[in-house]
Design a protein around this ligand. Structure first.
Ligand SMILES: [Zn+2]
Length: 102
């Protein structure tokens, strides 16, 4: 999965003196940039996008689970179950860059 933190814009903040400019700074959504940091705006936008992605996946999961419950065809049910697993794995994959229990 693409990690947006690997491609974050450089030098957005040169003034807050709290964030520093080292590579390890702002590497996931578990930690917020310090207040007044120039990365706050960028982080906020990315965080909103991130949450939307997770929500979409969770919505899809709910739809699939309902479909599975109502499915009478065993072949179709297997396919749906596999889609459920794939979606769960996708959500789990996001754990490396942020919380998924939103
Ligand atoms: Zn800063």
């Amino acid at each position: 999965m693409e990690n947006i933190f690997d491609n974050k814009p450089e030098r957005l903040c040169l003034h807050c003196k709290k964030c520093g400019n080292d590579e390890g700074f702002i590497k996931d959504f578990y930690e917020k940039p310090p207040e007044g940091c120039g990365y706050e705006g960028w982080f906020f936008l990315e965080w909103e996008k991130y949450k939307q992605n997770i929500r979409k996946l969770k919505e899809r999961l709910l739809v699939l689970e309902v479909q599975l419950k109502n499915c009478k065809d065993s072949k179709k049910a297997t396919k749906i179950a596999s889609d459920i697993q794939k979606t769960k794995d996708k959500i789990k994959g996001f754990n490396s860059i942020g919380p998924t229990d939103l």
